[in-house]
Design a protein around this ligand. Sequence first.
Ligand code: FE2
Ligand code: FE2
Length: 133
Amino acid sequence: MPYDLTHFQLTGIEAIDTEHAVFVEMLNELHEMCQAEVDNRYLKQAIIGIFGFLNKHFETEECCCNWEECPIASELKAAHDIMRARLEYLQLRIESDGLSQELLTETICTLGHWFTSHISHCDNRIGRDRRAA
Ligand SMILES: [Fe+2]
Ligand SMILES: [Fe+2]
């Protein structure tokens, strides 16, 4: 089930839209790696890479919302903080327990859910609110 960014509106902010496209590519690569049954070491590397990328991406978006009276800034930061904690927890478990099939599935579901819900319900408002300001 490859992810496709065309299902979602662009924010109109180039830095964010570019990073969303990269995130989709990373998710799809991870999906292909799982189908190809590559060694867990490489899956783990890919997952940790995605986590690092997302943490930088959250900073990009929060900087884009760092303008006076941005209506979505606090909601966006709160949503990102929940995901930051979730990623940190998953990474700790992956590093301490190894990447079991169960943990891999949980990680992929977490990332996929994030993509489909957060980008369409929260991130897409960044550009709209900015244009309305
Ligand atoms: Fe976001
Ligand atoms: Fe985003």
